[in-house]
Design a protein around this ligand. Sequence first.
Ligand SMILES: [Zn+2]
Length: 193
Amino acid sequence: MTRQHPPEISGYKAFQAFTGELLKQNEFTEKFFKKYEIWVFPAINPDGVDLGHWRHNFNGVDLNRDWAYYKQPEIDIITEFIVERAKKNHNRIMLSLDFHSTSQDIYYVYDKSFKSKLKNFSRKWTDIIDQGVYPFKTVLSPEPLGKPYSKTWYYKQFKAESITYEVGDETDRAIIRKKAEIAAVSMMKLLSR
Ligand SMILES: [Zn+2]
């Protein structure tokens, strides 16, 4: 998902390239979609985008601080959708990726104290991505669960792996695209093993 924060366009660009790769028909997608579904949320905060807000929704609230309270309609709807659909279809939620932008390329991942369903996924995955765009280097930042981010919710709710994929505001657009394409293909490969 992306666009919780309206002006974070470089993260959105990565999301577009990432999603585009998943929509291609090839050996990776064919194998992957036999086992997995991907649920895509391309605009979590459409009113904020429309209104030109910096971080907030139409209520003046940062949506990525509402994932424990569900006070905002966007988060209430999306969390209910995910929980209900997973229950109905007997899906196991394995991984969440939330695309954002900030001053540099950085992956916010769980620290070692957390046991997600996808053990060691984040380290392996981010290593593969960075090898593909070497010498460009993304910062890996393991952190404890804290604020009511989407990342926190997916772990608490499903013990899912959850990564905030941050892209630098000024990162070269070709690098954003290449990284995201490698990210999509390597995610499919790792999850299909
Ligand atoms: Zn953000």
